[in-house]
Design a protein around this ligand. Structure first.
Ligand code: TXA
Ligand code: MG
Length: 326
């Protein structure tokens, strides 16, 4: 089997070419790598679903390279939505708005909304600005498994499903943020977080100078937000403290090594293989997926993760680890 082509960061022209010829591109963003196709190219977008093994009713995010494109893909954009786009784009924020007809059913799972994001990774932005159109790009992993934060992860996960004659991956280094973007439902009177990420509900409320009402209801479906997601092969066991981690470890039978992920200040229990020791919550997010993958590469059956505390990106880390453990 031949290998998918890996482009380096100076080969943006070749990457643009791959997309314009209807191919798929593994694309670095500041959050995680995406698997991109030109959003109006229905055939190419349908191939993304095949390559990922993703059910067709799970809508994808359309990535854009300018603020003006908010009004190309979306309609009835509220003033609050514009404030959020201006403040946080380019960056790890996805805005769900009412769709224009150009956002076809193959992007939205036939819902009346579309998810839009302007990524800040320089390679992603440069490609989008050259193309002058949107890119559909879900995370570049098989459906339900851990997202990729490096070009190597994308090749490892998808090489056997990609077409080496048409598709490519462009290497933009390791992702800065490390967990997927915050998704915000902007069809409500107050924009509300559907999937936590680096930007919190508190950041959004502050930008809008308002707090969320508790009683908002919506028809919106985010079918990707399943209870189980982001899961490695190893069983993930969650602890909220060092003491709890030790008692979980005692209950595991067998003599194999158990993986261990926690902030640096938490020491590694005997019998554990340390997979990550981040110094703070941002670093925890940055290295989390590589740590889970490292556990799988070592064939570990169990990984204990000590959840980080706090109301910053720790919220997103707890969300992903809880889903990985489900
Ligand atoms: O950081 C990210 O968001 C990465 C990078 C590549 O941009 N992308 C990403 O895409 O995480 P994906 O497809 O793995 O996750 C997108 C999530 C899914 O849970 C999907 O259900 C939700 O976005 N979504 C997409 N369109 C939506 C819509 N119209 N309404 C509600 N949720 C939507
Ligand atoms: Mg995903």
């Amino acid at each position: 089997m031949s290998s998918v082509r890996v482009l380096n960061s100076s080969q943006v022209e070749q990457a643009v070419d791959v997309l314009q010829s209807g191919g798929l591109l593994g694309l670095p963003t500041e959050t995680v790598y995406g698997l991109a196709a030109i959003a109006t190219d229905e055939k190419a977008v349908r191939r993304i679903y095949d390559v990922k093994g993703r059910p067709l009713d799970h809508p994808v995010i359309v990535h854009i390279g300018s603020l003006a494109e908010l009004d190309v893909w979306g309609t009835e954009i509220s003033e609050q939505t514009r404030i959020l786009a201006k403040k946080f784009w380019p960056g790890p924020l996805t805005l769900v708005v009412k769709r224009n007809p150009i956002a076809g059913d193959w992007l939205t799972g036939s819902q009346e909304t579309v998810a839009l994001r302007m990524p800040s990774h320089p390679i992603a932005l440069q490609i989008l600005q050259e193309l002058k159109t949107g890119l559909a790009a879900p995370s570049a992993n098989r459906f339900g498994s851990v997202s990729p934060t490096s070009a190597e992860h994308v090749v490892f996960d998808l090489n056997q499903y990609l077409d080496s004659a048409k598709d490519a991956v462009i290497d933009g280094g390791t992702c800065d943020v490390g967990v997927e973007s915050t998704i915000v439902n902007c069809t409500l009177s107050h924009p509300t977080v559907l999937r936590p990420g680096a930007i919190s509900q508190a950041d959004i409320d502050k930008a809008l100078n308002a707090t969320s009402e508790n009683e908002q209801t919506s028809e919106i479906k985010a079918p990707g937000l399943l209870a189980s997601h982001y899961a490695p092969n190893a069983k993930v066991l969650l602890a909220t403290s060092e003491t709890e981690a030790l008692s979980i470890l005692e209950r595991i039978d067998g003599k194999e090594f158990v993986g261990f992920i926690a902030l640096e200040k938490v020491s590694t229990p005997n019998g554990c293989m340390r997979l990550a020791m981040p110094q703070n919550n941002s670093e925890y997010a940055q290295i989390l997926y590589e740590a889970l993958r490292e556990g799988d590469r070592n064939g570990l059956k169990n990984v204990i993760a000590v959840l980080p505390h706090g109301d910053d990106i720790a919220i997103a880390i707890r969300d992903r680890l809880t889903k990985a453990a489900f």
